[in-house]
Design a protein around this ligand. Structure first.
Ligand code: NI
Length: 282
């Protein structure tokens, strides 16, 4: 089984139907890498990632033509979103995001031969929603946060020489700092009105439980969780998981939200994801 991932970027501008001035099924001549339709005035910018699963044709090597994905999004999703935004019940601030994700996935299945496995709508550079075909009643909500902190990697049971050998510069006695980035993923039910957990609720929770505790601190000296725990990126991910695990069920209008993943980037090149049972560094 193969999975093709295609990100389609587009802009919606109030009062300008997406497919109105330019037929969406035409090959756009504008810059589709940036977005098509292009931004007009203070329009809205979105990215929709479509993941299709299937087998490749032995002759062409193609499972699905990416142009088919682009065309399906522009032909079936853009007009739908314009209509939702324009409808009295579809005010952008109150839009039922869970129902919209379900609708978009359903609209894309026929033109893509029922191959859509996952749909991800990126609403901001840090916040996105994913819907998986096999679990249409739940949405995975991801949001990113950042904090700056100092730490020293050091294990008291090892000698100074052994600590330097294992941790290198990270064993510097006075510590060193990082600008950490954290992505929290919450798997949440879609409520009867089609809504999911408001991202503002997740922002408030993570800021209160995690960022206030860690930001501009020396992790070893200032944060009780690391008093006897080496503050490696693996341990930071696990500590953040522990701070949030039993809190996310309170998010949203219906119970049942679960913490799905905590990923911590120590640098652009190094991150660690924790999902409750197994940790992996990427
Ligand atoms: Ni470090």
């Amino acid at each position: 089984m193969l999975e093709i991932s295609r990100t389609v970027r587009f802009c919606l501008s109030d009062g300008t139907p997406a497919g109105g001035s330019v037929a969406p099924q035409e090959t756009p001549r504008a810059n589709t890498f940036a977005a098509w339709p292009a931004m007009r005035g203070l329009g809205r910018y979105y990215e929709l990632e479509v993941r299709c699963a299937g087998e490749a044709d032995p002759a062409t090597g193609y499972f699905i033509n990416i142009k088919q994905i682009d065309a399906a999004v522009r032909e079936h999703v853009l007009g739908y979103l314009e209509d939702v935004i324009a409808s009295p019940a579809g005010h952008p601030a109150d839009a039922p995001l869970g129902e919209i994700m379900q609708d978009m996935l359903a609209l894309l299945q026929p033109p893509l031969n029922d191959s859509v496995a996952t749909l991800t709508l990126r609403l901001t550079p840090t916040y996105n929603l994913s819907l998986t075909e096999s679990a249409m009643d739940r949405v995975l909500l991801r949001q990113q946060f950042d904090f700056a902190a100092a730490h020293r990697l050091h294990v008291p049971t090892l000698s100074d020489e052994e600590n330097r050998a294992v941790f290198g510069k990270c064993n510097n006695p006075a510590g060193h700092g990082h600008n950490y980035r954290v992505e929290v993923a919450v798997d949440a039910p879609i409520d009867p009105a089609g809504h999911v957990v408001p991202v503002a609720e997740l922002d408030e929770l993570v800021n209160r439980r995690v960022i206030d505790l860690l930001d501009h601190k020396h992790l070893n000296a200032d944060v009780p969780q690391f008093a006897e725990l080496n503050p490696s990126v693996e341990h930071i991910a696990k500590v953040i998981w522990g701070l949030l695990e039993d809190q996310v069920d309170h998010l949203g209008s219906v119970p049942g939200a679960r913490l799905a993943e905590v990923r911590v980037w120590e640098t652009e090149k190094t991150s660690c994801a924790y999902r409750g049972q197994e940790a992996g560094t990427a």
